[in-house]
Design a protein around this ligand. Structure first.
Ligand code: FAD
Length: 354
């Protein structure tokens, strides 16, 4: 069977250490010591531990996380192959339900999976031809397979996108940053839907918001941990709903409650209570951030529910609309219907954060 590397997660071309100066800690991505894809994996892991300042200091970071079972971090890099002269990939979804398999002509298949999916398939002895390519993209994920010489990842055409539409976008206190995406240049619209993917950093949102986010099951998340990060280290603020902010008496009550809980948290910590237990005091308002990856089909479903429907909660809707803006920039045909509804329902402009 012949195999061709068609697409893999690549950086948002609008991001650079210069364009990110003073914005969050995303520039830490460039301090990683691996391939961009490995740096993205490490960054996602370090978002969980709030240790992005240590990017590139631990060569075994990925291997150690995978060994201890913190494997969501290797779900943020997606790799797509075309297999020719074979029917074999048609059955691979039975081996791992998280891969995407679509026909690509006679006896040929497109198969996408994140690096965790490919690791699992390889461990089952499936798709071994992909190993040299996977080792070119993210060698540290595949160290258990020994010294298979990496094939150099082929030069893929540059992303077809206006970088101006891909800059980090504020949404009130929140911020949405497109970190990376895959853009398989294939004719079939169904194939683009299932094999395209995008990874975002969502910051400054409440736990109430991210609880809704993580209900989406066809997605990969790495969220800042309240178990490993303390309130003092996280410096989390309370996200205040606009309706409360606009009501002075309600705003004051919320401020008092938050101050009380902050103090109670500090008291428990001073009594030797571990972070994982002190966090039981933290309310839904507590600020958090996450890295999220979905393929375009899953983003499509998410956007229908969360971005262009007025029934969606204000906070996740504002975040969803920024995500829609950027996804429309990288895949206008895939998200054309969402865009049209968005324009019709929300006046053709990005809805202001309430
Ligand atoms: C306005 C609104 C109000 C809500 N209110 C509540 C609430 O009160 N309580 C509450 O618990 N949740 C609530 N939810 C969450 C909602 O029920 C879903 O859990 C969430 O939106 C994730 O979407 P999903 O399940 O459609 O799809 P995802 O998890 O994003 O999965 C995508 C698609 O995959 C398929 N799929 C995935 N997993 C399965 C499965 N196990 N079985 C069958 N099909 C599957 C479905 O077709 C699904 O649409 C609300 C959501 C919205 C938008």
């Amino acid at each position: 069977m012949s195999v061709e590397l068609v697409a893999f997660t690549r950086p948002n071309p609008a991001l650079s250490p210069e364009s990110l100066a003073g914005i969050s800690d995303i520039a830490a991505l460039w301090r990683g010591q691996g391939t961009f894809q490995e740096n993205l994996i490490e960054y996602a892991g370090r978002v969980c531990y709030r240790s992005t300042h240590r990017m590139g200091t631990a060569p075994n970071f990925i291997v150690d996380r995978v060994r201890e079972g913190h494997e969501d971090i290797i779900e943020h890099v997606v790799v797509t192959f075309r297999f020719a002269h074979t029917q074999e990939p048609a059955t691979w979804r039975r081996a791992n339900r998280h891969c995407e398999v679509t026909p690509a002509g006679e006896d040929a298949w497109l198969v996408s999976g994140n690096t965790r999916v490919w690791l699992d398939l390889l461990r089952q002895g499936i798709g071994l031809e992909t190993l040299p390519f996977l080792r070119a993209v993210a060698p540290r994920v595949y160290t258990e397979f020994g010294d298979t010489a990496p094939t150099e990842a082929p030069e893929l055409p540059p992303a077809q996108v206006e970088p101006g539409r891909l800059l980090p976008a504020p949404a009130g206190n929140a911020r949405v940053t497109l970190l990376a995406f895959t853009q398989p240049l294939v004719e079939d619209p169904q194939a683009r839907l299932h094999h395209g993917s995008a990874t975002f950093l969502v910051e400054g949102v409440s736990r109430a918001c991210t609880h809704q986010f993580v209900r989406h099951r066809l997605a990969s998340f790495s969220q800042e941990s309240q178990r490993y990060v303390s309130l003092e280290k996280g410096q989390w603020k309370a996200v205040v709903p606009p309706a409360i902010a606009a009501n002075p008496a309600a705003a004051q009550r919320m401020e008092e409650a938050w101050a009380y809980l902050q103090q109670a948290y500090a008291d428990l910590r001073a009594q030797g209570i571990r972070k994982e237990d002190a966090r039981f005091l933290l309310p839904n308002a507590a600020e958090t951030r996450l890295v999220v990856t979905m393929n375009f089909a899953a983003w499509s479903h998410f956007l229908w529910l969360r971005a262009v429907d007025r029934a969606a909660q204000w906070e996740i809707r504002a975040v969803g609309q920024r995500i829609l803006e950027m996804l429309h920039a990288i895949a206008p045909d895939v998200f054309a219907d969402h865009w049209q509804v968005y324009q019709e329902s929300f006046g053709g402009a990005v809805e202001a954060f309430p």
